[in-house]
Design a protein around this ligand. Structure first.
Ligand SMILES: CSC[C@H]1O[C@H](OP(=O)(O)O)[C@H](O)[C@@H]1O
Ligand SMILES: Nc1ncnc2[nH]cnc12
Length: 286
């Protein structure tokens, strides 16, 4: 019943943990982005993973998403709050605001997106890709930290690492997307396959490149806004444990039972090697 935090750009550490220690974790999917910082905060066991590694060494395409989710699950994580920088497609979602994402459009194309494959085929539902209970707690914690919060929003996940063209930016706006980033997919898909509750806090850093009154996004703008909001991000994490006591019952949204009816491969047709790799992710149903 550990609470996991995946920190994105600008969020490479978590302060204030009791008994803090960085732990190396190995997984059947390779090494995660970095060691994982474990400890206790407000009475809850916590595990923190910097998505791009300390020092920001990994591009969005190089993040080992499967290893990250597997490693967190292996450490006992049941709920993951992802913290990310994002561009905004909405005037009212301004730099400095936090958006609690509840839908995604996945335009990434160069990443492994499933734990399953030949020898064990599974199809989980992504109709509601985030956990409402966890998202509510994240929204409350962010508000208590003094942030303007927008509950609900569609996140366009692009491959990157280049930012979008103006034509792409205008198309995503026309599609009804609210924010854009490069990392929440396949992270959210994999969290669902691993039966973890997942919430995404997207910290708006820029207006991408569609807004006539704002220059096109660049890294300096993103870093400047993230630095200005670092304390708010820390406050959000500090406020989470009190708003999210460890569950003593199944997830009311069903996140922890996502695999109940998902695996379609006949028991006698399953690949034992793949089943062995799925021990942490899907051991409950295999
Ligand atoms: C530094 S700007 C682009 C970079 O920032 C976001 O990272 P994250 O989602 O991990 O906070 C975006 O997705 C890109 O990876
Ligand atoms: N405009 C943008 N596009 C993609 N990823 C981002 N991360 C922060 N701002 C972004």
């Amino acid at each position: 019943m550990t609470l996991g935090i995946i920190g994105g750009s600008g969020v490479y550490d978590l302060d204030g943990l009791e008994d803090a220690r960085w732990q190396e974790v190995e997984t059947p999917w390779g090494a995660p982005s970095d060691a994982i910082l474990t400890g206790r905060l407000g009475g809850r066991d916590m595990a923190f993973l910097p998505r791009h590694a300390r020092g920001h060494r990994l591009t969005p395409s190089d993040v080992p998403y499967r290893a990250n989710i597997d490693a967190l699950k292996r450490l006992g994580v049941t709920e993951v709050v992802s913290v990310s920088a994002c561009g905004s497609f909405r005037e009212e979602m301004a730099p400095g605001d936090f958006v609690i994402v509840d839908q995604f459009i996945d335009r990434t194309f160069a990443r492994a997106k499933s734990f399953f494959g030949p020898g064990c085929v599974a199809h989980v539902s992504l109709a509601h890709p985030t956990c409402a209970r966890l998202s509510r707690a994240a929204a409350e914690a962010a508000r208590a930290a003094g942030v303007t919060v927008h509950e609900g929003g569609t996140y366009l996940a692009m491959e990157g690492p280049q930012f979008s063209t103006r034509a792409e930016s205008e198309m995503y706006r026309a599609w009804g997307c609210d924010v854009i980033g490069m990392t929440n997919m396949p992270e959210a898909k994999l969290a669902r396959e691993a039966e973890l509750c997942y919430a995404s806090v997207a910290m708006v850093t820029d207006y991408d490149c569609w807004h006539d009154d704002h220059g096109a996004v660049d890294v300096a703008t993103v870093v400047r806004t993230l630095t200005a909001n670092a304390e708010a991000a820390r406050g959000l994490v500090r406020g989470l444990p009190e708003r999210l006591p460890a569950r003593d019952a199944p997830c009311p949204e069903g996140c922890d039972r996502a695999l109940d009816h998902a695996i379609i491969t006949a028991a006698d047709a399953r690949d034992p090697e793949l089943l062995a790799r799925l021990d942490a992710v899907a051991g409950r149903v295999l």
